[in-house]
Design a binder for this molecule. Structure first.
Ligand SMILES: *[C@@H]1O[C@H](CO)[C@@H](O)[C@H](O)[C@H]1NC(C)=O
Ligand SMILES: *[C@@H]1O[C@H](CO)[C@@H](O)[C@H](O)[C@H]1NC(C)=O
Ligand SMILES: *[C@@H]1O[C@H](CO)[C@@H](O)[C@H](O)[C@H]1NC(C)=O
Length: 483
């Protein structure tokens, strides 16, 4: 902001030093990023199995792998009931909530069910809720006053303080910057979950711009976002340290927080988000029926699926071209497109090997996942971690995804789980061809491995138990020791 106040001062010296600073940071950030590309799966396994038949034990705060890898006793009641304050900009009331709200809802509903006293501080709902059922097993929601879905942290903070005076909270949980750092500063019982950090967007911007064709001009908005990107990373590095505990939702984000953001090791914890294990299951009949319903012929040899918003930065320009190439050579290859957006019309014009379904509700999505052979996610912008990858794996399907550190380090940690490509047409096409050559039977075998891995790592229950343990550890150090 200070830079914007004096735009006239762009003399050559400043420009040169800006360039030097930029180059310096490219080097500083690229080295850890490159290291990340190679390390995660290896260090996790060596960390976990330093003594091959002895499970990991020690201080959880020193664990650099994701807590989802450990087993916590979900069957037993918690040793203490915690009083938990949650700051979330929104609380899901619509049928298609965003990823961050979904996370808050899934996690804190589960913690309430385990008997914890959870209070949510959030913005007023878009649609008035039916008067709460006041069930003792659901969180207490404090909507602050004001406009619907417009987050006013100071209003929420006032309500929190009043509630905290009545009965002190053990732990405070902020979903991203819902609670700004100047309020979070000094609160040692606070944990913040990061659903995507600025350093990750540096890499996704590189990927996005490389898909620009020669001669195609860069949009002014994108250009502008590049100009402020490094300052944004620097800003985050400076203010993140004011939050005491940090939850990274991918292994690579944890690594960046420790190594680039320089947050002390013991304050960074990796807990991967989970999806509801009851919502996503393997169901062959459901998949078979879904195929018949949408008109996939029985002699189809490969059925690919893609889901989500059909926009440019989700990689649709790549998939569109790569699949056009594939379908010319493979008359048995089909692509099912679940979702809506600007690219929908183009997919519709691709002929009968592409089936466009539009937006789908959760129960239709279950059919969709079961109907496909491979789930394709060509995203160029994976801030945080896309839940669709986990949903597909939980449904027993291998995945095909861009080779981002977050996806590579946490999701496709074994070649068996699918295919990774560089976000360009040739590389994606190569991966598509590989899947086509392998055929449905081999893909189903990979899918079984995916299902096994996903149900050991990405369940909502796993996530809730890991957070519970972190919150217990924040309240009383005894619980930081895992054995
Ligand atoms: C981005 O914007 C800057 C200044 O606004 C301009 O000098 C530069 O040429 C633009 N870059 C591209 C690739 O359009
Ligand atoms: C699938 O069957 C249809 C009609 O029975 C036929 O026209 C088509 O060529 C077949 N496709 C493949 C890939 O065998
Ligand atoms: C921490 O928990 C342990 C085990 O429940 C208990 O013995 C100890 O007194 C607690 N410490 C504090 C400071 O509450």
């Amino acid at each position: 902001m200070a830079a914007a106040a004096k735009p006239k001062k762009a003399n050559p010296v400043n420009l040169r030093s800006n360039l030097a600073i930029t180059l310096f940071f490219i080097v500083v950030f690229t080295i850890p990023a490159l290291l990340l590309l190679h390390t995660p799966s290896n260090y996790i396994s060596t960390n976990l199995c330093s003594n091959s038949d002895k499970p990991w034990s020690g201080d959880l705060r020193r664990a650099q792998f994701s807590w989802n890898k450990l087993s916590f006793h979900a069957g037993a009641p918690p040793p203490h009931t915690l009083r938990i304050a949650v700051f979330s900009r929104k609380w899901p009331t619509s049928s298609t909530p965003g990823g961050m709200e979904r996370h808050a809802h899934t996690l804190h509903t589960a913690l309430s069910r385990r008997g914890h006293d959870v209070h949510i501080f959030t913005s007023p709902p878009a649609v008035p809720l039916p008067s709460p059922a006041a069930a003792s097993s659901s969180p207490v929601i404090h909507f602050h006053e004001g406009e619907p879905e417009k987050w006013r942290y100071n209003k929420a903070w006032e309500q929190y303080e009043e509630e905290n005076r009545k009965n002190k909270f053990d732990v405070i949980h902020s979903e991203s910057v819902a609670l700004p750092f100047w309020l979070a500063r000094g609160l040692e019982n606070l944990a913040v979950s990061w659903h995507g950090i600025a350093l990750e967007s540096v890499q996704s911007s590189i990927y996005q711009d490389l898909t620009r064709k020669s001669g195609e001009i860069m949009s002014p908005a994108f250009n502008q976002s590049l100009q402020v990107m490094i300052p944004k990373v620097l800003d985050e590095i400076r203010f993140f340290s004011h939050y005491h505990h940090h939850v990274a939702i991918s292994d690579s984000c944890g690594e960046m927080l420790r190594d680039v953001y320089q947050i002390p090791l013991k304050r960074v914890h990796v807990i991967v988000n989970g999806v509801d294990e009851n919502d996503f299951k393997q169901n062959l009949k459901l998949g078979h029926d879904f195929r018949a319903k949408i008109g996939i012929p029985p002699n189809a040899t490969l059925v690919l699926g893609v889901a989500g918003r059909l926009v440019k930065d989700k990689g649709h320009p790549l998939l569109y071209v790569a699949f056009s190439m594939l379908k010319k050579k493979n008359s048995g290859a089909y692509l099912i497109v679940a979702g809506a957006g600007p690219w929908m019309q183009r997919y519709k014009e691709m002929g009968n090997q592409v089936i466009v379904l539009g937006s789908m509700n959760p129960s239709e999505l279950r059919g969709f996942y079961n109907a496909i052979d491979v789930f394709v996610n060509p995203t160029l912008r994976p801030q945080g971690l896309d839940l669709t990858l986990m949903e597909a794996m939980m449904s027993g399907k291998p995945v095909m995804a861009s080779r981002f550190p977050s996806i590579k380090g946490t999701i496709v940690v074994d070649d068996e789980y699918g295919f990774m490509f560089s976000p360009n047409v040739d590389s994606l096409y190569e991966a598509l061809e590989e899947a086509a050559t392998e055929g449905a039977e081999r893909l189903a075998e990979r899918g079984r491995a995916c299902r096994e891995y996903a149900s050991s790592m990405f369940t909502a229950r796993k996530m809730a138990m890991a957070y519970e343990r972190l919150f217990l550890c924040i309240k009383n150090e005894t619980f930081c020791i895992y054995s």
